[in-house]
Design a binder for this molecule. Sequence first.
Ligand SMILES: *[C@@H]1O[C@H](CO)[C@@H](O)[C@H](O)[C@H]1NC(C)=O
Ligand SMILES: *[C@@H]1O[C@H](CO)[C@@H](O)[C@H](O)[C@H]1NC(C)=O
Ligand SMILES: *[C@@H]1O[C@H](CO)[C@@H](O)[C@H](O)[C@H]1NC(C)=O
Ligand SMILES: *[C@@H]1O[C@H](CO)[C@@H](O)[C@H](O)[C@H]1NC(C)=O
Ligand SMILES: *[C@@H]1O[C@H](CO)[C@@H](O)[C@H](O)[C@H]1NC(C)=O
Ligand SMILES: *[C@@H]1O[C@H](CO)[C@@H](O)[C@H](O)[C@H]1NC(C)=O
Ligand SMILES: *[C@@H]1O[C@H](CO)[C@@H](O)[C@H](O)[C@H]1NC(C)=O
Length: 538
Amino acid sequence: MTLVRNDLFLLLVIIFSLQSLSCKVLQEDLTSDSCPPPSLALNGSLTEKGETRIRGEYSNVREVKFSGSIGPLGEKRLCKIKCIGGQWVGPLCVDQQDNGRFQPLFKNCKLEYINPHLVVTFKNITIHNPGIVFPHGSQLQVRCKELGLYKLLGTATPRCHNGEWSTRLPSCVPTTILTNFTEDAPPTVLIKIPSGSASVEPGGDLALFPGSTLHFECLYPRRVGTPDWTWTTPLGQYLTGWAIAPEERDWKYRLSIYYAKSQDSGTFTCATPRGITNSITLHVVAVTCEPISVRGIHLTVRVEGTRLGHRAFFQCPTGYVVSGAPNLTCQASGKWSSTVPKCDPVTCPPFDSPGGLPEPHLQLEEYNNSFGGRAVFSCAWGYRLVGPPGIECEINGNWSGRLPKCLPVQCPPPVLPINGHLIQSESPGMDGGRYAVGSLVQFACKGAHLLEGEASIICTETGFWSHPPPFCKPRCAYLGEPNNGLVAPTKFAYDPGDELQVTCNPGFESKIDEQRIKCLPDGKWSGPLPNCTSYDQI
Ligand SMILES: *[C@@H]1O[C@H](CO)[C@@H](O)[C@H](O)[C@H]1NC(C)=O
Ligand SMILES: *[C@@H]1O[C@H](CO)[C@@H](O)[C@H](O)[C@H]1NC(C)=O
Ligand SMILES: *[C@@H]1O[C@H](CO)[C@@H](O)[C@H](O)[C@H]1NC(C)=O
Ligand SMILES: *[C@@H]1O[C@H](CO)[C@@H](O)[C@H](O)[C@H]1NC(C)=O
Ligand SMILES: *[C@@H]1O[C@H](CO)[C@@H](O)[C@H](O)[C@H]1NC(C)=O
Ligand SMILES: *[C@@H]1O[C@H](CO)[C@@H](O)[C@H](O)[C@H]1NC(C)=O
Ligand SMILES: *[C@@H]1O[C@H](CO)[C@@H](O)[C@H](O)[C@H]1NC(C)=O
């Protein structure tokens, strides 16, 4: 594309959008006036980048024309905004129904909800999801999903007028076969096509290819009465009567059309003896559709033919899913009921929630959400994985299992040594007597007991303590100095086997056999502390 500056038609391509309207600026008409650069929205949200992509300077621009893409099918219309009194006004778009004049856009209508029994079509395209916005003037076509099993109540063609639908969406009344033949229900009309082909049209009519044979079966209990078939085709004469096969003869009242011709087009109505009716409108038309051309590399198709009512069934190979309608029918418009689907590779849903993985301590080691791919997990430090460490993306687009969990690693309460105790009984992360990874506990021995081993141990990632708990070995206590004497050696405490000797001051003496005492293995002295007594007293 050539860009010619300062020319009357400066071509620019950007996307411009106003609510559901997304447009491309194609031309500007440069004259003198003064408006700020128009704000540019991409899919409804204002963007800074877009503005600079058009141009910085708008002081000389009076009118911006652009191609608008309007409505759910992206209908293209020429639109413009105008600079009036320093303000952008618009958009105004060309309305084909109004001699191609630029008109303001009327308000859109939103389809809030689609009753599951209804098939809603817009311009012969089936609308599957509610929430779609339709421009002013759009006309929907509504029918009940199962033609003949439900009777449409209400108008089948709601139209959008400046933000309002002309009528509520119609409802579908169940017929006799669905109500256990209650007498106030409209009769069910089943459609049987022993030869030929037919299509249920977006408006709820039945389109039949010429030469087909068609049975309409009005379901009504024969013991209650006989229904009545009427039709609007002026010349037609049709066979009517109860079915003959024993399993059908008591409840199927038929009308048969053999080798249908265009003159058989009309409305066929079955009325119960109480006058409750159900009708089907038939069009016999010799229409064929374009042969289906399949361009997708993986897609395979089985086509019944290209006549009205013929169907095409699409399939994708293993590892792919059909994206779009899997079956198409050739319709009276000469178009297939939907566009040719695609094969999308099967992918499993991503795990990401806004804050990352749903499990806070879970980490992804490996991630591939294609069919056959896998996700492998680990846990943060101090947590251990519970559940499968890896899951696979299966053919149905589901993961083979649930996400594993991360539970905190904990150590059991340490074994307390006999004659020992914990200095620090409370530790951060302690939970029900169990200790979190990193918890430190310290031991102490009671009295003169000797601590043997590690005085403090740590809960490790493995869920085990870093060391075994210590022992508290018994020791003999320091007994103090005797009166008038000294003990040797002097210690805070004495190991088993240590001996203690008393040396008396001059003039004092202890009994010879009592001069030494020994520390016994149980932490007791072999005898009492010897006394130093004066010679006088001996
Ligand atoms: C706008 O939205 C449509 C459909 O939601 C999407 O296909 C398109 O890529 C979006 N365009 C931009 C520019 O975001
Ligand atoms: C019809 O009858 C069957 C069994 O007789 C019952 O289960 C079902 O609910 C009935 N349906 C209706 C619409 O009344
Ligand atoms: C498409 O046709 C197949 C084969 O007749 C059928 O089993 C399937 O239910 C149809 N799917 C839809 C969505 O109509
Ligand atoms: C929809 O199909 C009908 C025939 O069933 C045809 O007359 C009509 O022109 C089609 N409408 C559009 C917008 O294609
Ligand atoms: C994901 O897994 C599939 C199936 O094993 C494999 O074919 C594909 O190459 C993988 N993708 C990546 C990006 O590794
Ligand atoms: C996939 O998982 C969802 C949710 O658990 C389940 O509803 C669905 O039936 C599964 N799909 C298949 C094809 O198994
Ligand atoms: C040492 O003297 C104290 C007090 O005089 C007495 O109780 C103790 O029995 C004496 N010890 C010995 C071994 O005689």
